[in-house]
Design a protein around this ligand. Structure first.
Ligand code: PAF
Length: 285
């Protein structure tokens, strides 16, 4: 694995790389969910590039930019083990050179749900992802389904891309007890983590009710809410575009809650085309 920081070095490697070139953008603090993205990229692409960059633009004021977990040595060791070809670890100055104020808008999707709770967050994601796509020039890019709205924003971005670029959505990876893996889970104390399980537990409850025939979105939303959690939202949306669900159509049940100051999100698709890898994947031990 080659680890590079300057964009010029990255681009020299990328221009010589075998295609298709797959890209997994991350903010580091890698866990089994990231490993699943990298494994899939390795299986499907001749070259795998992973980036680690904690993007300041996607953190709002008072959010956890400073304390966001950073584990560069462990990340490098994991990526080496996964046989990643190139690890790109740019500085903020490489990504956002002084005087070059490129900003990419996430559009209307950037203003609802996560966008409403974290103003500017999805514009920050769109900006860094577009910038990284320009630098890495991937043929495919791998994103987890846990950040469903981020995935939708990136898919919209890729549709307007000047080069063909396939976005590959990958299943949510869960801990053995069902909690969706997230670098921010590291903030939770054991008792808080136990309570946070209510998030996936609620989704599971709603999914069971869906399988037993319940189709009323409002009732599913009520079922999804577990006691003891402070929900920002528990909402059924149309998976295509996040608008109101279409009558008889599939539902994406999205939830966000705060637990001891940690914002947790999760979702489950009810109906429609289920992800190839099945909906409830637990991490490999
Ligand atoms: O999902 C993440 O880790 C980040 O939002 C991403 C896509 C790497 C952009 O910073």
């Amino acid at each position: 694995m080659r680890t590079v920081a300057p964009v010029s070095e990255l681009q020299a490697l990328v221009h010589e790389a075998e295609r298709p070139l797959g890209f997994v953008p991350t903010m580091g603090a890698l866990h089994a969910g990231h490993a699943a993205l990298v494994r899939r990229c390795r299986n499907e692409c001749a070259t795998t590039v992973v980036s680690i960059f904690v993007n300041p633009l996607q953190f709002g004021q008072g959010e956890d930019l400073e304390r966001y977990p950073r584990t560069p040595e462990a990340d490098q060791a994991l990526l080496q083990e996964l046989q990643c070809d190139v690890l790109f670890m740019p500085s903020a100055r490489e990504v956002y050179p002084a005087g070059r104020r490129r900003r990419v808008s996430a559009g209307p999707l950037g203003e609802i749900l996560e966008g409403a709770a974290r103003p500017g967050h999805l514009d920050g994601v769109a900006t860094v992802v577009a910038t990284l796509f320009d630098m890495v020039e991937p043929d495919r890019a791998y994103f987890g389904r846990k950040d469903a709205q981020q995935l939708a924003v990136v898919e919209a971005l890729a549709r307007e891309w000047e080069r063909p670029l396939e976005i590959v959505p990958c299943d949510i990876v869960r801990d053995l007890d069902g909690l969706a893996l997230s670098s921010r889970n590291a903030y939770l104390k054991p008792a808080e983590r136990e309570q946070a399980l209510g998030l996936s537990g609620g989704l599971h409850r709603a999914e069971r009710a869906w399988r037993e025939g319940l189709r009323d979105a409002a009732e599913l939303e009520v079922l999804a809410r577990s006691p003891g959690l402070h929900y920002d939202y528990a909402l059924c949306v149309d998976p295509a575009g996040f608008g109101a669900p279409r009558p008889g159509g599939p539902l994406l049940l999205v939830v966000a809650a705060r637990m001891a100051g940690v914002r947790l999100i999760d979702n489950i698709l009810l109906g429609g085309q289920q992800p190839a890898e099945s909906g409830w994947v637990c991490r490999q031990t």
